[in-house]
Write a protein that binds this ligand. Structure first.
Ligand SMILES: Nc1nc2c(ncn2[C@@H]2O[C@H](COP(=O)(O)OP(=O)(O)OP(=O)(O)O)[C@@H](O)[C@H]2O)c(=O)[nH]1
Ligand SMILES: [Mg+2]
Length: 562
């Protein structure tokens, strides 16, 4: 037995008064519960709670000064006879042809006005409503002022409409007086289908053994004992059990004073609703339980999700392209000027993926989808299924320990934005600053050195060509300054070429190292962005369901507090 049900049982002990504010707080808690689970739990399971909230709201708003008591029982048990005897008028026909009463009759003690709206809601036709006061002016009836007595059709009827009417009314009235007779008091229908169902409404239940005059006086205690035993096994321990005789005013005294007490207490409506809340809470208890879910899946599961998202988003391919693009761009900026142009002819690896770096992130969500898509290859089948499994793992871990109805809700939350994931990942990749925007200073310095040494080589070459031309034309030769044994132009040409090659050779490992760093940095930034997508599209919806669960559990705990 769960905690909540246990608490309800305990609260039942004793004839407790129901505080209206407490009842309203409990109903509010049921309302909070319904809001928390809206769209998460199967609607069919929530029908009783919705019905309760609606009925209770209306009943409390209509009239707290009236007590609606129904006489219910099998045909011929004497409901109409008791009804007429209490009203001391022939209001509801009593008959020998069964079943006699086909529609509910009502008798109101006190002015009808206040009771009319209540009877409209209960659904008793105006022509079947009677007023005790106007029918007979009698002060001895004041003790019953505020009573609305209903004579119901029989619940074991051959007429289906009678049964439906009884079932409907039993859900609305404040108190039920079950009328049984010596022949049929042990019938299975009344016990299995009705009395047992009413065990949570013990404090608004009364049982009368009518037609007590038909039993020899010596037999009556035995029959009452037998009936008491049956009621106990119905879960109705402690409900008042009275013997009545409708045809003799003396045989009505006990019932009459019980009704007077009920009317004076003005508690029946509240107790009835409190019993309804208990039933609803007990019915929902299993659906909600008292699990304490974690705030979400554990770190390892989230890491698994992020890995799968990174794979599906093409993070490895993009970061590799970043490394290649770095080498490409660094080569173009620092390489030997004579071959730089040739390098530029080759396509930039990042631009080939349509990743020019940080994108124009759309401020307007409408326009978000217009942000240019990248050409990062679509995820493979394996990557897609890895992502599916990772999302599933998130749902499974998050829902661990939750009652049966919830894992489905958590799983659908985890998958709720699955179709939007590819675009979101693409946008995240496109929007990531891959760190290749700025040209590092050292590229420019090395590039400048390369230009200088190349210029030296070109000057040396020009000088040599000019000297050669002068010689061929027989003109006076140039004065060639010497550097040691070697003429300066030659030093410039060869030195320039060698220096260029040397600088290029020395730069290459530095570029390789820097490119790897750029790759690692880009990978890290991409991973962060992809994890943000995972948070927004997978984890946040799951957390919302977990929070709803916690709210529903707390609300139900509040609703159980009597
Ligand atoms: N002897 C005796 N007869 C009773 C008593 N109460 C009712 N009767 C008779 O039992 C028969 C059925 O009574 P009703 O009051 O019509 O019974 P009911 O429960 O209203 O029956 P339905 O309207 O068919 O559901 C009638 O003939 C009554 O006179 C009683 O306390 N003692
Ligand atoms: Mg009747």
């Amino acid at each position: 037995m769960s905690n909540i049900t246990g608490r309800i049982r305990e609260a039942f002990r004793g004839d407790q008064r129901v505080d209206p504010d407490t009842l309203i707080a409990r109903l509010d808690a049921v309302r909070r519960f319904l809001t928390a689970v809206d769209g998460l739990l199967p609607d069919a399971e929530l029908v009783p709670a919705h019905t309760l909230v609606e009925r209770a709201g209306t009943r409390l708003a209509l009239s707290r000064d009236h007590t609606v008591v129904a006489l219910a029982g099998a045909t011929g048990s004497g409901k109409s006879s008791l009804f007429n005897a209490l009203a001391q008028l022939e209001l509801s026909p009593v008959g020998v042809r069964r079943p006699t009463t086909g529609v509910t009759h009502a008798c109101v003690w006190g002015p009808l006005e206040g009771a009319n709206r209540l009877l409209d809601w209960i659904g008793v036709l105006p022509r079947h409503r009677f007023v005790r006061e106007s029918a007979l002016d009698a002060d001895d009836e004041t003790a019953l002022h505020g009573l609305i007595l209903l004579d119901l059709p029989d619940f074991d009827s051959v007429q289906r409409s009678h049964r439906l009417e009884v079932d409907r009314l039993l859900g609305l009235v404040d108190q039920v007086v079950w009328v049984v007779d010596p022949q049929k008091y042990a019938d299975r229908v009344i016990h299995d289908s009705y009395l047992r169902e009413f065990h949570r409404h013990r404090d608004v239940t009364l049982v009368v053994l009518n037609q007590a005059d038909r039993l020899p006086p010596s037999e009556l205690p035995r029959v009452l004992d037998d009936l008491r035993r049956l009621l106990d096994s119905d879960g109705l321990t402690g409900v008042p059990l009275l013997a009545t005789t409708a045809i003799d005013p003396a045989g009505m005294v006990g019932l009459r004073s019980a009704l007077e007490r009920t009317v004076a207490e003005r508690q029946a409506a509240l107790r009835r609703l409190a019993g309804d809340v208990d039933s609803v809470v007990a019915g929902l208890d299993e659906l909600v339980g008292s699990a304490r879910p974690a705030g979400g899946p554990d770190d390892a599961t989230v890491a698994g999700l992020n890995r799968a998202l990174a794979g599906a988003a093409g993070v490895p391919a993009v970061s590799e392209a970043v490394e290649r693009a770095y080498r490409h761009r660094a080569g173009a900026a620092t390489g030997w000027p004579l071959v730089r142009g040739w390098r530029r002819l080759r396509p930039d690896p990042l631009r080939r993926l349509h990743l020019p770096g940080p994108t124009r992130e759309a401020a307007d969500p409408e326009a978000e989808s217009l942000v240019a898509a990248t050409s990062v290859p679509d995820p493979t089948v394996a990557q897609r299924s890895a992502l599916g499994l990772a999302v599933r793992a998130v749902a499974d871990r998050a829902a661990a320990g939750l009652p049966a109805a919830w894992p489905t809700a958590v799983t659908s939350a985890a998958r709720s934005r699955h179709d939007d994931l590819p675009d979101a990942l693409d946008r995240a990749i496109a929007g990531t600053d891959l760190g290749l925007d700025r040209r590092p200073l050292w590229w420019r310095i090395v590039g400048g050195v390369q230009w200088l040494v190349t210029l030296a080589a070109v000057v040396g070459l020009g000088w040599l060509v000019l000297g050669y031309a002068l010689r061929v034309l027989g003109l006076p030769a140039l004065d060639n300054p010497m550097v040691g044994e070697v003429p300066l132009p030659t030093v410039l040409l060869l030195g320039g070429l060698l220096a260029g090659l040397l600088v290029a050779a020395l730069t290459r490992p530095v570029v390789r190292w820097a490119a790897q760093r750029a790759r690692a940095r880009a990978r890290q930034r991409l991973t962060v962005r992809v994890a943000e997508v995972g948070e927004e599209y997978v984890l946040a919806p799951v957390r919302i369901v977990l929070a709803s669960y916690a709210q529903a559990r707390d609300a139900l705990r509040d609703a159980a507090r009597r």
